[in-house]
Design a protein around this ligand. Sequence first.
Ligand code: GLA
Length: 734
Amino acid sequence: MMALVMAATMTASSFQIGEKDFLLAGKPIQIRCGEVHFARVPREYWRHRLQLCKAMGLNSVCAYLFWNFHEYEQGRYDWSGQADAAEFCRIAQQEGLWVILRPGPYACAEWDGGGLPWWLLKNPKIQLRSQDPAFLAPATAWLKEVGRVLGPLQVTRGGPILMVQVENEYGSYGSDAGYMGSIRQGLLDAGFDVPLFGCNPPGDLKKGLRSDLFQVVNFGTDPASGFKALREIQPTGPLMCGEFYPAWFDTWGAPHHRGNAQRYLTDLEYMVKHGASFSIYMAHGGTTFGMWSGADRPFKPDTSSYDYDAPISEAGWVTEKFWATRKLLGGTTQPPPANPVASIPAFTLTECASIFDNLPVPIEDTEPRCMEAYDQGRGCILYRTTVPAGRETTMRFEQVHDFAWVFLDGKPIGEMDRRTRRFHFKLPARAKSARLDILVEAMGHVNFGQEVHDRKGLRGNPGKWLVYRLDGVKPNWKVGKASGPAFWRGTFNVDKPADTFLDLRAWGKGVVWVNGHCLARFWNIGPTQTAYVPGPWLRAGTNEVVILDLLGPSQPVLAGLDKPILDQLRPELDFARTSKGRLTLNDPIHTGAFTSGPEVQEVRLAAQGRQFCIETLNAHDGQPFAAIAELDLLDPAGHSIPHTEWTIAYVDSEELIAEDGSAANAINGQAASHWHTARTQEQPGHPHRLVIDLGAPASIGGFRYTPRAGSNVPGRIKDYRVYVGSTLVKESNE
Ligand code: GLA
């Protein structure tokens, strides 16, 4: 009854973008929004999380639609269960929240491929996010389908949807305003008649800009600078931050992110006081269930936990940021209580099934091709061939996406790893021909930059190959223990279903299912060490857990904890061969000084080489630190050089304790994260050196330095030198 009353009060005849304000039924409204992705929250808990958003003082929620979540198989749309977007919008309306919809076709969001379906990559020539008909045709068909399902829920028809976003941060990818026009038109043709808008970070607002599309700006700090950049391209209209980051997402092997609550609050207060609208990204991050998590660049796969250090935690618990936000925004409804949590005593997984004993019928091929070419969109794939007798040699591949474990006649002989671009292994001497197995694990498709053209699997070495698709294997279980890559199965009992966190610390690297729900990926290096199990996915009595572990557990035991472990890094367990490299600098090719503000600074020079080193000599505030949000290299014509093959070849210092100050953040294309030299334990001083390896020699015509965002923040570089060469860094081991 209550819900119906709310629904009746929550309709409006119109929503418009005025000269100064957003106008709801003609009256100014400040949009106080929070992002929640329904795909990342168990459906049974949608209402709970939306009630929390309301209690936090929000009046709207922002929701991405992930295209691939609704069209995993081309032409077969799914809006059922977890994918029931319309139901999510209806619940939001019942709970007194407006909805801002972001249907893509591209979303980013640390989601597999940024939401772009894997099957697009079956076409070897496709240009994603462009006017290429091979992309536009399925993308506009998708938007049409979105219009069919969600068009009736627009505010103009009595529903909660106020605005719809066109594409997502397109300026950080390309500059074709015509493409933005096509997507905009696709939404109009799909029947959307509410205002449409685009979003970008401050530095990318001008790219792909169109006068017929309203713009909002995305940032994690310094609203004054963000809105100044917005005003430069849009002199009138309401100000809105489309994504305001309270913290950040996590990637495997890097520290868990915590966003400074005071900084978050100060910036939020600034927006509230200046009448600016905002959307907190994320208000509640939740979990990227299944194998849906994406990957950042340079290749850094995202964890399944999407806790985000958001105001509402992964399991829907209120946090310090929640209470502070509620106080600031004057939330009046009471937050619903947290859902019950229980621990589960340790139990052993008693059955197993080696991957090698459970292979499906193979496909014969004359060379290893990408996984998508074999009609597979995720998981593992095995490539098998026979190698003749011969001496020890190094076997090299063109590409391994993303990890590979190599076996000769069943014995492990090495691994390949995309993170370090290690695409080779030592093939030992053989007295007779032998069976070579290369087991490739695909983690999420990269969800940012040109790297979204991320075809998985192995490439190189034509010959006679057998290819085994391992997505959907039905294991033959045996009681006992397996070694090497294998499935494991066990059961546990629960009296009363309640939320729990599976402790995966005894396991290696893989995927975990409970009662048929694919929960999460896990990896012993952390920082996430648990998998969130929503209570509604358990049953009173016996429950089944299945694990695919590519490395094998130290002990096949599991337990349910009453708290998540999101911040335990164990770099000593990483199989990556990391080498710091030896730095040998020649003469600098350029010496200069940056200004002290947050503005992007461009420097022209002329050089040729494969490695680019920036050396900091001091910082504007006289402190020992250096930080860089983004370092872009330009070709002689002044265009950005693609990052696709880049790695960090060397860095002298990174902060990895108090924050993720990894050097990779300087080349990930996202100005909201940055490289920061160590500050927690040691504070080494200048000079600091960061070397990028471009993967191949290039003509370098200049570079663009984006300082760390914020006002009066440490790490703003003053004097610096630049070196370019091909052997600035030599690998110290092979
Ligand atoms: C960008 C994207 C979002 C998300 C955030 C980082 O701003 O628009 O989808 O990926 O970065 O969490």
